[in-house]
Design a protein around this ligand. Structure first.
Ligand code: AP5
Length: 185
């Protein structure tokens, strides 16, 4: 059973480490970024609404992402756990998640905070080259992270859920640190 949030700036390695956690613990990864990119690729109405914000590096509106998470956490494959990757990203999303998990009777086990220097992030993302990985959009995503997502560090610290993990080094080194943090949770 694993019920966690992976919190971290764009490019901090949330997706990379989620894939390893899925393989190790057998619970699904729920990435709002992946769900939104699928909606954009399929050309759904939700995808069309989300695309402009994603291209500009802004957050997609809460009603869209909270609705997606609500639907996803009600699916039976999440009964034995989940890895939330890229959600919540603001205080209002964190409060919506608390409410939803309370209704479901499945409280969070912990929040792993992947810490990576912003200049390292810019280099990683420029090397990756996804549609939103140009330098202007990366810097916008980083400033949105600082303004809207970083307050969640204190939010979860106050609730005794925060596990800071250094997100630099090899992928395996970071994964070992995450597992050690989860063992303590
Ligand atoms: P999202 O898809 O969540 O993107 P992100 O948070 O910007 O994160 P990334 O996918 O860029 O990075 P990551 O931390 O997963 O790192 P990764 O493992 O890929 O969101 C995209 C957009 O969707 C947002 O801007 C927003 O518009 C919207 N959105 C999503 N969720 C939302 C929400 N909740 N509310 C509102 N809007 C939302 O690694 C990055 C790169 O680094 C890869 O190339 C990888 O190979 C490399 N790498 C990984 N680990 C290492 C390592 N240890 N050393 C060197 N390189 C590494």
């Amino acid at each position: 059973m694993l019920k966690i949030v992976l919190l971290g700036a764009p490019g901090s390695g949330k997706g990379t480490q989620s894939a390893k956690l899925v393989a190790e613990y057998g619970v699904p990864q729920i990435s709002t970024g992946d769900l939104l990119r699928t909606a954009v690729a399929e050309g759904t109405e939700l995808g069309r609404k989300a695309k402009a914000a994603m291209d500009a590096g802004r957050l997609v509106s809460d009603d869209i992402v909270v609705g997606m998470i609500h639907e996803r956490l009600n699916a039976p494959d999440t009964e034995h756990g989940f890895i939330l990757d890229g959600f919540p990203r603001s205080l209002s999303q964190a409060e919506a998640l608390d409410e939803l998990l309370e209704t479901l009777g499945r409280p969070l086990q912990c929040v792993v905070h992947l810490q990576v220097d912003h200049e390292e992030i810019v280099q990683r993302l420029l090397a990756r080259g996804r549609a939103d990985d140009n330098e202007d959009t990366i810097r916008k995503r980083l400033s949105v992270f600082q303004e809207q997502t970083e307050p969640l560090v204190e939010y979860y610290q106050q609730r005794g859920l925060l596990k800071p993990v250094a997100g630099v080094g090899t992928v395996d080194e970071i994964f070992a640190r995450i597992k050690a943090a989860l063992d303590e949770a």
